[in-house]
Design a protein around this ligand. Sequence first.
Ligand SMILES: CC(C)(COP(=O)(O)OP(=O)(O)OC[C@H]1O[C@@H](n2cnc3c(N)ncnc32)[C@H](O)[C@@H]1OP(=O)(O)O)[C@@H](O)C(=O)NCCC(=O)NCCS
Length: 223
Amino acid sequence: MPIFSKLLPGSVRVAETRTELDDGPRFWQEDQYVADAVETRQQEFRTVRICARQALAEFGHGDHILVPDEHRAPEWPPNIVGSMTHAPGLRAAAVASTGEFRGIGIDAEPHQALPAEVVDVILLPVERRLAARLQAEDPGIAWDKLMFSAKESVFKTWYPLARRWLDFLECEITVGHEPGAFTARILQASPVHSGVDLSVLCGKWMNESPVGHGLLATAITVQ
Ligand SMILES: CC(C)(COP(=O)(O)OP(=O)(O)OC[C@H]1O[C@@H](n2cnc3c(N)ncnc32)[C@H](O)[C@@H]1OP(=O)(O)O)[C@@H](O)C(=O)NCCC(=O)NCCS
């Protein structure tokens, strides 16, 4: 079962691959966007879009061209929300109807601790304390990396609705109350955008294997 199918409601269409894909139509607009990128970036960009079109096909949009906007956000077909991620050994896309969800964010990361030098930039003091406590209780999870991934999922959910930047320290992640769940509290004033209250986002997470191996994944939906 795809990782993100475990984390998202059944009405969200998920397509994932563990290998690079090269089937399906090629679109010059997408090729042009990554024409100057290194080959590995071109491959992940193409593969995740093949996944996205597989998922979009269930909504009749299997030939949608996915060129990023000026802020790198994907432009989905009308009445569709979605999100994409690439991590080592995984490309994934998740899409849904706006009739069911107003926003989606997904993210996968290698299951390794956050580099010490970036922790202060990513995590609030209260999050660092929580990560340290959880680390002592369960050293099998890279709790700081989990919070980072949760924030990446927050941003991918947030940006298409808010159309404004959200700093890592403008969001507080709480994990641990319910297994496999997290909550994100947005610390910006008036976080209501496109008619959606984004002040608290609820998400799910999972790890494939203990820290040092496999991937961590997080996902958020907003109704
Ligand atoms: C945009 C960002 C979240 C992408 O995450 P990442 O871990 O680097 O990369 P992933 O492979 O998981 O995701 C990349 C995909 O994110 C999506 N994405 C990029 N910018 C986006 C945006 N502004 N809005 C929504 N989705 C976006 C794209 O689909 C992209 O795939 P593509 O490059 O093939 O088009 C990250 O690079 C970033 O800029 N983070 C800073 C902002 C942030 O996270 N703030 C924290 C808020 S709490």
